[in-house]
Design a protein around this ligand. Structure first.
Ligand code: GCO
Length: 255
């Protein structure tokens, strides 16, 4: 009996996966048997990530493109069509952070955060779902949400709005795509040790706040998100739709 969690024969596109959480998820899905496609904006870091995965014996390829650019995304999928690459799993992980009070936030910076963290998930999932529906094969969409999908923190307003949007976009995807056997769900990471958060880790007061705000009393590690990503990408979750699974050390569960 093959494992419910076996991703062998599946191809997974993970956006923003040259480093950080995205790379950890690409590595974890590959370890579960998926062929993975690494994405990022820079060809050199994408190539380095693919090389790391191949050196671990995994099936990996890469494509550098800007997930906020509709034409670039369409071109990427058209190339995969020509190459006979069927994308079965999309992890919408690409994201940036920009910390500034709303009253000082420039519109251009607001748009950049919304485009990268929210709109890109729509653009990429639309291209993938069109093909999944046309093929009749079903598929998996795993969006990366955040604690800020539920609660706001001062100075990350654009990010919070985007991640709140990810929560409801995930449900909207379920509303339209579940009947095509596409399960759209999300992972809500707590405070995870990543480059994006290094400035917070290095801030003693913020570090203490994170550790005192979740019952696990520590930051999470990117690899601690892998099990949930494999679950939501596998046959173990075929009747799960529109959900966010928080991997946050218990942060949202306690006062
Ligand atoms: C911040 C952090 C958070 C975390 C994560 C929490 O500045 O508060 O970047 O946004 O990255 O999203 O779930």
């Amino acid at each position: 009996m093959t494992s419910l969690f076996d991703l062998s024969g599946r191809t997974a596109l993970i956006t923003g996966s040259a480093r950080g959480i995205g790379f950890a998820l690409a590595e974890g899905l590959a370890a579960a048997g998926a062929g993975v496609i690494v994405n990022g904006t820079r060809a050199d870091t994408v190539a380095e990530a693919v090389h790391r995965l191949e050196s671990e014996g995994f099936k990996a390829q890469g494509r550098a493109f800007d997930v906020t650019d509709e034409t670039a995304v369409a071109d990427a999928f058209a190339q995969w069509d020509r190459d006979g690459v069927q994308i079965d799993i999309v992890v919408n992980n690409a994201g940036i952070q920009f910390r500034k009070p709303l009253v000082e936030l420039e519109l251009a910076d607001w748009k950049r955060v919304i485009d990268t963290n929210l709109t890109s998930a729509f653009i990429v999932a639309k291209e993938a779902a069109r093909r999944m529906i046309a093929r009749g094969t079903g598929g998996k969409i795993v969006n990366i949400a955040s604690l800020t999908s539920e609660s706001a923190r001062a100075t990350v307003g654009a990010y919070t709005a985007a991640k709140g949007g990810i929560k409801m976009l995930t449900r909207a995807m379920s509303a339209e795509w579940a009947s095509s056997n596409i399960q759209a769900n999300a992972i809500g990471p707590g405070y995870i040790l990543t480059d994006m958060n290094q400035a917070l880790v290095d801030n003693a007061a913020f570090d203490a706040w994170v550790k005192s705000s979740n019952p696990s009393q520590r930051w999470g590690k990117p690899e601690e998100l892998v099990g949930t990503a494999v679950y939501l990408s596998s046959q173990a979750s075929t009747y799960v739709n529109g959900q966010i699974i928080y991997v946050d050390g218990g942060w949202l569960a306690v006062l």
